[in-house]
Ligand binder design. Structure first.
Ligand code: NAD
Length: 443
């Protein structure tokens, strides 16, 4: 089988590489010439564990190729499906901006020569498949040709940081189709990924499009709910770590995704929650739960800064803060909407100095923050003469640091733990003034 994947970001590159891994011939396409040039040399635009090795291996076997030429990748070469995996960033009003998706659809329409299943893998609102179909039809009409094609929706559920594992062994694959032929192609493509017995769920296209938003909205809701509970725990003198264990053991609730923290970030939850609220509003419905989810999250991104501000009685000017972790979550270099950005901005506004360390996101951080902050060459260097440590992203290497070294390097032994990875009592025994989320402050 041969397919084309348009867009070589987190989703497109992982999708293309994993399809190649199971023996499908894949061309990954991007408009960014530099990205494609680098990918041809085995240099990846993103960090994702295990991806580089897999890209190189499949490229060597010539199952995975990179190109800027979409036309050449779908014309007369037996290409059966073209996946659209370009970005759908939020527009000014919060709705998903479809200009990249529709630009690709039009280009496909301008160049396709044989039957093709055009698959939207990008997260797109209900009704987008109709627009994609229309864009392609208009181009075919302009060319005066009548080439059959189908549009399918195949939302992606991978998690950055575990994307390959998620793609190769998915909990489920959701496919929205409106023809038997498209269903057949999608079944054939995904058969190798269903060996672990997990289902390929076939549904109508609008339901598939909605499924992705509902999934992300539910996950964001769990996070905001737990953060709200954590904040109340703090006020009432309860320990959210205990409460989490207490409720997570109820099978109806489950123990996943109920960890409190400093708010969700990344390129998906914030924009997808916004887009769903907007879709509803455009259709005369108000998503009250999600409005609150968003509000709680915006507030939660400031919770750590507020604790810092209170601890130092607002006197932050000239103080140095060490930040461990910049990416929006561990095992990725993605800093889009990361809570670290909110905290750093607020500290800098107050005239504080920030020295940060992140295992992989510092290149991206330099790109976004430039020299407004300093960068440690490792987690310990970031601590030198710091007035406090702010643990922002729970990278595994931060879980068990040498606290004797930490104590010696810091000016003040104050730790703000935004992910509750340290034990409050142990920290206190080690002589740290410790602040967690939803737990009692330990002096
Ligand atoms: P990204 O920004 O990392 O990558 C998008 C890529 O598309 C870029 O390389 C860009 O150059 C390319 N592109 C833009 N216009 C193009 C065009 N006309 N032709 C060819 N290439 C073009 O985006 P991403 O994080 O991979 O997300 C892609 C989509 O998948 C979004 O809709 C997102 O919501 C969804 N999604 C993302 C994740 C995630 O974890 N990142 C998970 C599931 C779904």
């Amino acid at each position: 089988m041969r397919i084309a994947v348009v867009g070589t970001g987190y989703v497109g590159l992982v999708t293309g590489t994993c399809f190649a891994e199971v023996g499908i011939d894949v061309t990954c396409i991007d408009i960014d010439e530099k990205k494609i040039e680098n990918l041809k040399k085995g240099i990846l635009p993103i960090y994702e564990p295990g991806l580089e090795e897999m890209v190189v291996r499949n490229a060597q076997k010539e199952r995975l190729t990179f190109s800027t030429d979409l036309a050449g990748s779908i014309q007369g070469c037996g290409c059966e499906a073209a996946f659209i995996a370009v970005g759908t960033p939020p527009g000014e009003d919060g709705s998903a901006d479809l200009k990249y998706v529709l630009a690709v659809a039009r280009e496909i329409g301008r160049h396709m020569t044989d039957y093709l299943v055009v698959v939207t893998k990008s997260t797109v609102p209900v009704g987008t498949a109709r627009k994609v179909r229309q864009a392609i039809s208009e181009e075919l009409e302009a060319r005066g040709v009548d080439i059959p094609f189908d549009v399918a929706s195949n939302p992606e559920f991978l998690k950055e940081g575990a994307a390959i594992e998620d793609f190769l062994k998915p909990d489920r694959i959701v496919v929205g189709v409106s023809s038997e032929q498209a269903e057949k192609v999608m079944n054939k493509l995904y058969k190798p990924f269903l060996m672990n017995g997990h289902p390929l769920i076939v549904m109508d296209i609008p339901s598939a499009e909605m499924t992705k938003y509902a999934a992300n909205a539910m996950l964001a809701t769990k996070i905001s709910f737990m953060n709200d509970i954590a904040n109340l725990c703090e006020i009432m003198g309860a320990d959210v770590n205990m409460v989490r264990k207490g409720i997570g053991s109820d099978a109806r609730i489950g123990n996943k995704f109920i960890y409190p923290g400093i708010g969700y970030g990344g390129s998906c939850f914030p924009k997808d929650v916004k887009a769903l609220i907007k879709t509803a509003a455009e259709n005369g419905y108000q998503m009250r739960v999600l409005q609150s989810v968003e509000e709680v999250n915006d507030r939660q991104k400031e919770v750590m800064y507020d604790k810092v501000h209170r601890h130092f009685n607002g006197e932050l000017a000239g103080k140095t803060f060490a930040i461990w972790g910049l990416s929006f979550k561990p095992k990725t270099d993605d800093m889009r909407e990361a809570p670290s950005l909110v905290i750093i901005e607020k500290l800098l506004e107050q005239g504080a100095k920030v020295r940060a360390y992140d295992p992989v996101a510092m290149k991206e951080a330099r790109h976004m923050l430039g020299d407004t902050i300093e960068y440690g060459k490792d987690e310990y260097e970031a601590l030198i003469d710091a007035d406090a440590l702010l643990l922002v992203t729970e990278w595994p290497e931060f879980r068990s640091p040498n606290f004797n070294v930490v104590s010696k390097l810091m000016k003040e032994k104050v730790v703000f733990d935004g992910r509750n990875i340290y034990d409050a009592v142990e920290m206190s025994e080690k002589g740290f003034c410790y602040y967690g989320i939803g737990v009692k402050k330990q002096l």
